[in-house]
Design a protein. Structure first.
Length: 575
């Protein structure tokens, strides 16, 4: 069985959601508080009916208990016995995979499907039922799923307390994997008797004073005494039960494993417990190193033995770039929340092609976990933006992190507009910073702008390096030359500068102590062209260093194109 459609209304932070998950891996990514975990909670609540539920007003959207919580999960791939008329055959619906749409009645070309619904009203009581439009129109109590069948619908959830599954408790995965016959219970009873015998043979003198006093007082107050009071081991009091049996490595209980190791082992055990299932893992990276994250993901995506080619349906959330890089683009879904409406979009199908989606995910996974993204044309622009963020933070302005903004490398003129377009299609707010020495991909740029991206592009057909040398005050130009010497060496800088001056029909310089007479646009542009052509400042770290030079001068050059564009970026970040 697999979930083909999920509908949620008025549950916690979700006012409305409709989503058709993938049949295999569904990794939910996006900024914090975008309701990723709430989606997992809704699935678990709907497919795990229980006789009690601890709901409260906080489980209602905007705490409005007048609008009931409604969660509906539609399942396909039903067992053959479920579709007979004496089971659920009369209540089946049809799933149109091509149109990702539910038809209220099954039919030719449609896959049989069953919708389970849970409703929580102001009484805080949850009611589970089978749902379709025909049942709603009948004006009678809707039918429910049989208890044993509900156990087959139930999800497995790996939570933060994995160690409880490393013992043979009532709900432990080890109990599901093992055999619980007479020998199992006989072993517990024998262990209890052995514990009492061992305690009886130990030193009883430590209890004598208290035992004698209790017996004396019982006679004083006419409490019947059958024989003589003794201190004995109460087996029930020390819980020699199934919950007291734990998995050990030699003499060491595995519950003492670290968080990551516990979660990794339990995830594997849950995966192997029973037939293909619907599994839920919140923050799959929790407690795991990158190499173990990769191992777990590969293991979960392999069809289970005896299941043919059927891959279990898995729902996970993550804030880890490692997880994003390890998964394929079709496995990943971007979650966005806007005024209570949650949208979940496939990163793969939204992109122009799957290869582009995969490239973006692996090159800049951090972009898919922020609310707003500033896409710099290249690494220098990314570094400049990151450095300005640091400079602003030092001056008391809100950091990019505080505003859920991230600056990323767009991958060049041809790729950056397409990347911005892809992010806009997924619902992110995007700012695109481009230079203008060469034209960008015009079609992709227009599509990105049409989808809501904001653009800043240097005027006068110049690169970022040229813009910096043109607009900074003269002392700023000197500081950039000094930094260039640190990056590539003095002789190289002088040689490259003189080549650029010769190409511009300007006089060469004997050294790097530029006199004030050289403070003219032609000389400044030649310096910028030399920096661009020879990649003096190429790279994120060098871009960050440029920001240390630029930041202190912004107030003095506020009328320049450089400062104007940076001001627009800052305003966009703060909005």
């Amino acid at each position: 069985m697999r979930i083909v459609y999920l509908e949620i209304q008025n549950f916690r932070g979700i006012k409305d959601l409709a989503w058709a998950p993938a049949p295999g891996m569904n990794c939910l990514i996006g900024p914090g508080d975008s309701t990723k975990t709430t989606v997992l909670d809704a699935i678990e609540l709907c497919l795990n009916p229980r006789s009690y539920i601890f709901a409260d007003d906080c489980d209602f959207f905007d705490l409005d208990v007048e609008h009931s919580v409604r969660i509906a999960v539609t399942l396909a791939g039903l067992p053959a016995e479920f579709i007979t008329e004496d089971r659920y055959g009369l209540h089946l619906r049809g799933w149109n995979q091509a149109a990702t749409k539910i038809e209220d009645e099954s039919g030719d070309g449609l896959e049989d499907a069953l919708t389970i619904k849970v409703v929580i009203d102001r009484t805080l009581e949850a009611r589970w039922s089978i749902h379709n439009d025909r049942i709603d129109a009948a004006e009678k109590d809707p039918p429910t799923v049989r208890y044993k069948d509900a156990q087959r619908f139930a999800t497995n959830r790996l939570g933060p307390y994995a160690e409880r599954h490393l013992g043979w408790g009532r709900t432990s995965v080890l109990t599901r994997l093992g055999e619980t016959g007479d020998n199992y219970h006989l072993q517990l009873a024998t262990a209890g008797r052995a514990a009492r015998a061992a305690f009886r043979a130990s030193d009883q003198g430590v209890f004598k004073k208290a035992v004698d006093k209790a017996q004396e007082l019982s006679r004083l107050f006419a409490v019947p005494v059958r024989g003589k009071f003794t201190a004995e081991l109460d087996v029930q009091g020390v819980s020699i039960t199934s919950g007291g049996i734990a998995l050990h490595d030699g003499s060491l209980p595995l519950r003492r494993l670290g968080t990551g190791s516990s979660r990794l082992l339990v995830a594997a055990l849950q995966y192997d417990a029973g037939p293909p299932h619907i599994a839920i893992i919140d923050e799959i990276e929790h407690g795991l190193e990158p190499h173990r994250i990769a191992r777990l993901l590969r293991y979960l995506k392999v069809p289970k033995e005896g299941a043919g080619t059927v891959q279990p349906q898995i729902f996970v959330t993550t804030h880890s770039p490692v997880v994003i890089r390890e998964l394929a683009a079709p496995d990943i879904f971007a979650v966005q929340l806007n005024s209570g409406v949650t949208s979940i979009k496939s990163v793969s199908t939204i992109a122009k092609d799957a290869n582009m989606a995969q490239r973006h995910l692996r090159a800049t996974p951090e972009a898919f976990m922020a609310r707003k993204i500033v896409v710099g044309e290249g690494r220098t622009e990314e570094g400049l933006l990151r450095g300005l963020d640091i400079w602003w933070s030092d001056k008391g302005r809100d950091s990019f992190a505080f505003q859920a903004v991230v600056a990323v490398d767009g991958g060049g003129k041809d790729n950056a507009p397409a990347f911005a377009e892809h992010l806009c299609d997924l619902g992110f707010k995007v700012f695109l910073l481009l230079d203008s020495d060469k034209p960008p991909n015009a079609d992709a740029l227009k599509r990105a702008l049409d989808r809501g991206a904001t653009l800043a592009q240097w005027p006068d057909a110049c690169s970022t390096e040229e813009r910096l040398f043109l607009d900074l005050p003269w002392q700023g130009v000197a500081a950039m030359i000094t930094y260039a010497v640190e990056c590539v060496g003095q002789e190289s800088v002088i040689a490259v500068v003189n080549n650029a001056l010769a190409a511009a029909n300007l006089d060469p310089v004997p050294d790097l102590a530029f006199p004030p007479a050289r403070n003219v646009p032609g000389f400044r542009r030649a310096l910028g062209k030399a920096a661009k052509d020879k990649s003096w400042f190429k790279g994120v770290a060098r871009g960050e260093k440029l920001a240390e030079i630029v930041g202190p001068h912004l107030g003095a050059i506020s009328a320049t194109p450089l400062a104007a564009a940076i001001s627009v970026i800052r305003k966009w970040v703060d909005d």
